[in-house]
Design a protein around this ligand. Sequence first.
Ligand code: NDP
Length: 370
Amino acid sequence: MSYPLQPVTLSSLGLAVLLFGGFVAALFLGSIVLPGAVHTGVCQPDGTCQRYKLNGLLLFVLLTGLVIIGTWGTRFSLLIVYTHFWSLCIVANAFACLLTVLLVYRGRRTQPHAGSAATDGRYQILRELWYGTELNPSWLDVDLKLFSYRPSLLGLGLINAAFAYVQYQLYGCISLRMGLYQLFTLVYLANYFQFEYGMLHTWDIMAERFGWMLIWGDYVVVPFCYSLPGWFLIDQTEALPPLSIVGLIALYLGGFWLFRGANEQKHRYKRDPDARIWGQPATTIGGKLLVSGFWGIGRKLNYTGELCMYYAWTLLCGFDSLVPYALPLWLMAFLMHRARRDEQRCQQKYGALWTLYCRRARFRMLPYLY
Ligand code: NDP
């Protein structure tokens, strides 16, 4: 069975512009007016320290509440997110391109030397479009890089919820697979927003400029591609063997423990070098690199944990089609490539200390294998 999708027409695109634009604008307005603790990010070598109002969790709770009340209490329907999927996707792509161009234009005017360090002028503009020009572009005091994770991940949550809604319309129930998928992904999103402060110590926020690479990832790849398993699960209504349920929940929880645990340990250590990790004072190399807890076992176990979670919810799709596996496979390749780039950066920044750390924590993502 399938639910009809709206063909892409001028009127469906117009509606998608209103939906997408309204969604992003509402979140932006919410980010300005809603209360939130203000945190200072990592200070740059030139001494500038970006400040961030962290109210993503409140936005997440409000949006989740609105969707629940709207779906059960009114005639509001998430179906439109599903039926207009392709129009929304086209509009999101257009928005990502527009924002990229606007930011490069603004960056070139306000910070003529902020772009890439490449000396070859022919490729300069391409590099600026791809990587961006400004490290922390902001508008109306909202940091656009951190803000963009909100429409990205809340958009993913809405699209996922729309898939559950469609299954309910088609089959009159939510299958166990779909229920687990919704639970797994909702906890993942809630964790992101609860741990939003941890983002301030991530590579993207500290070191990446805000160009098409990140913008397109936020506004297109995450909501429209990361929801792929949810789409497949609409028609997967057959039961799961009890052993598979237990195995997938264990894989998810194990991944969550690694992912959240490693990120949390690093964050606590960065804020307080005397923090205790697993009940012991943090041990370090040169007072700079944490070697306690997960960070002494592997250099990127936070990536491994996240991958386990993605595999857990993709495996709910079974093996009728391999298409949903494109998501965790792509993420695995992406994170492996990202780990290499990040380690090059760390090698440059920490020099001999990093070499010592690599000797101590010999493996990146999988002890004894990789
Ligand atoms: P990390 O959180 O691992 O941050 C890397 C930085 O941490 C390094 O550049 C370095 O920065 C510091 N660092 C590394 N090792 C140590 C150590 N032993 N002790 C102290 N500091 C250290 O990576 P990311 O920012 O890439 O990722 C953050 C999270 O986001 C991960 O869990 C990842 O899985 C997730 N993610 C998810 C994506 C998705 O699409 N689902 C995409 C990208 C990331 P410094 O200069 O501060 O020392």
